[in-house]
Design a protein around this ligand. Structure first.
Ligand SMILES: Nc1nc2c(ncn2[C@@H]2O[C@H](COP(=O)(O)OP(=O)(O)O)[C@@H](O)[C@H]2O)c(=O)[nH]1
Ligand SMILES: [Mg+2]
Length: 625
């Protein structure tokens, strides 16, 4: 009938719990900046820290609390365990108001009392009537019991069905600290509402319960035990560790020689067929039973009962780890959203014509044969005086054009800032994480104007110039285009060659039909092909394009779209990068840092420790229902 652990040993349990405790110690300081409160003030953590760990680290004791309704014989059973008439057991002692604890000889009483009964005021127990004294504070009367077995702390508890509220409150406190509850029941008291409530709560908090039916080992009751037990189990949920019965025997009570018999978990004894009642319900040496026979198992079960609370579904360590995971996820999501470009999908102004023409011109030039490049350079030289003649007008036009383009881009930048503010606001509203919300809100409200001003300032610092990256992108698009459209490319190339071979007048004619800016800029690097292409892409050179026909025109339009897309995301990227790094670079770095806490070795180690504890709990067959 013993209920030995199947897989894990006490040593395994000790190791896992200490591991869990150590790993949590390293993890929780990392979680505090995430807005996940330190577990220091939670019940599960104090249980782990203040109760389990100290218990596991030193020689262990089992706190056995004798509990039950008024006059059921609690003190009688307590005395049997104590091996002496320590507690007053009579009808007059019904008013026991304070628990009484007997400790084994040779123990460090002060230390044990502090460890197990921290919420009680410890009073040396001098006489039997002491615990009957009414007092507002929660006292625990204690003494050394000369016959108390070495590993037991015995507690005689106030009646759980007392009509004095403070008494059952104390009975509940004792239940809280006990490792094992001995439920003393009688034929009259087992069905009492308050008694049943007390044990229902014991089941909820995972306390092992051992039932003793007092004054019940009588011929007349033999047949009703199964019924009593079934009913008590059904109504309280208690799955008893063992069920004992004692006879109604005043002499034995007086001599402290009361026989305790094991009647089986169902009240039918060891072998239902056995004829002899005595062998069917063997006598149990109660002290030895708890102190030796089932000590390890009981201790382990008590610890596991406590561990269940440490790992309680809604407020335990598992939930705590989940909170860290959720917070990490929130920070990650926030960082990603703030960095995400997809939220900033706004229309961007067209690539400046000068810039486009310049890049295409460079590209075309790079495609020419050496001979043609030389011709082109010569042509450039010839034409330069013509360009110079344009000088003043060109510069004026260029700066006017540039100003207009910058203004247009600034409007787009302001839209970006507005959208970013919207994102911050939305994230702040959505999150349940206080730290994250505060961080995000720092940039809202009054800060809105400042953000817009910063946007303007940062934009002014970004020159409207192509960089190596953008040049590479344009070249890639054009190279790709030339490869994909060999016929069109050949056509343009031929015209280019022909143009360079003829004379500048044609080019000047083309210039006149082009968009002025595109034409001028393209002309700087010379050649008809760039002129045509920029004309096509930049727009405005309809007359020239007519020469090439509709198909080439369409192809050139596609190029325009591709380059514009690259350009817009490149400009947006430059701006956002600067905007972010100047304004919330530090915040984003902090978010990144917090986002990986749930992947840290400290977190993983704690999860592993918890898994190990859980597997031990699952392997131990305790109160399995
Ligand atoms: N004859 C007899 N009386 C008992 C037995 N157990 C308890 N009693 C009596 O029942 C009364 C209440 O017992 P006590 O242990 O004080 O109950 P408590 O209030 O639960 O502590 C006392 O008068 C005891 O002597 C028993 O096995 N045989
Ligand atoms: Mg009593």
């Amino acid at each position: 009938m013993t209920n030995t652990p199947e897989f894990a040993t006490m040593d395994d349990l000790v190791r896992s719990v200490l591991w869990l405790d150590r790993s949590l110690d390293l993890l929780y300081p990392m979680a505090v900046p995430m807005g996940v409160d330190s577990p220091a003030n939670t019940e599960w953590y104090s249980l782990l820290r203040k109760k389990l760990v100290p218990q596991l680290s030193r020689r262990s004791h089992l706190v056995v609390a004798v509990t039950g309704g008024t006059n059921t014989g609690k003190s009688v059973i307590f005395n049997q365990l104590a091996g002496e008439k320590a507690s007053a057991a009579d009808a007059n002692a019904a008013g026991t108001k304070h628990p009484v604890c007997l400790l084994p000889p040779g123990c460090d009483a002060g230390e044990l009392l502090r460890q197990y009964f921290a919420t009680f005021e410890h009073c040396p127990w001098q006489q039997a009537s002491d615990p009957l004294e009414a007092a507002p504070e929660h006292r625990l009367y204690w003494n050394i019991g000369q016959n108390v077995p070495g590993r037991l702390l015995l507690v005689d508890t106030p009646d759980v069905d007392s009509d004095v509220e403070v008494n059952w409150e104390r009975a509940r406190s004792i239940r809280h600290v006990a490792d094992l509850l001995i439920a003393v029941l009688t034929s009259q008291k087992y069905n009492d509402a308050a008694v049943k409530q007390y044990f229902r709560e014991a089941v909820e908090s995972g306390k092992p319960v051992l039932i003793v039916w007092n004054m019940a080992y009588e011929e007349q009751y033999l047949k009703v035990w199964p019924e009593w037990i079934a009913q008590f189990r059904a109504e309280t949920g208690v799955v008893p560790l063992a069920v004992f019965a004692t006879p109604h025997n005043r002499d034995a009570v007086d001599d402290v020689t009361l026989e305790v018999r094991d009647i089986g978990l169902d009240g039918r004894g060891e072998t239902a067929d056995d004829i002899s009642t005595d062998t069917r319900f063997p006598v149990v040496p109660l002290q030895k039973y708890l102190n030796e026979i089932r000590f390890d198992e009981l201790k382990m079960q008590a610890l596991i009962g406590a561990l269940r609370r440490v790992d309680a579904e809604h407020e335990g360590v598992g939930n705590y780890l989940q909170k860290i995971k959720t917070a990490a996820h929130d920070f990650d999501a926030a960082a990603q959203t703030l960095r995400g470009r997809e939220h900033f999908d706004i229309d961007w102004p067209a690539i400046p014509k000068a810039m486009l023409a310049d890049e295409i011109g460079r590209w075309c030039n790079s495609k020419r044969s050496d001979l043609l490049q030389n011709v082109s350079t010569a042509y450039d030289t010839v034409l330069r005086p013509v360009q110079w003649a344009w000088g003043g007008l060109r510069n004026r036009l260029a700066s006017k054009q540039q100003k207009a383009e910058q203004k247009e881009e600034l409007a787009a930048v302001m839209q970006l800032v507005e959208k970013t503010i919207d994102q911050l606001k939305l994230l702040g509203m959505k999150t349940s994480n206080g730290v994250l919300r505060d961080e995000l809100n720092r940039y809202l409200g009054e800060q809105r104007k400042e953000l817009l001003a910063a946007g303007e300032r940062i934009h002014a610092q970004i020159p409207p110039k192509t960089d190596a990256y953008m040049r590479g992108e344009v070249y890639a698009i054009l190279n790709h285009w030339a490869e994909e459209n060999p016929t069109q490319w050949q056509t343009l190339h031929r015209i280019d060659v022909a143009a360079l071979g003829t004379h500048a007048v044609l080019s000047l004619g083309a210039l006149a039909t082009c968009g002025v800016m595109g034409g001028i800029a393209a002309f700087g690097t010379a050649g008809l092909a760039p002129l045509l292409m920029t004309g096509g892409i930049v727009g405005g050179s309809e007359a020239v394009l007519k020469i090439l026909g509709e198909e080439v025109r369409m192809k050139i339009a596609e190029l325009k779209v591709a380059i514009q897309q690259k350009y817009a995301s490149w400009r947006k990227g430059i701006f956002l990068e600067r905007f972010e790094s100047e304004l919330w670079g530090a915040m984003l770095r902090k978010f990144d840092h917090l986002a990986v806490v749930a992947e840290s070795k400290e977190y993983i180690d704690t999860m592993d420790a918890l898994e190990s504890v859980r597997s031990i709990m699952a392997g131990v067959n305790f109160q399995s229902r």
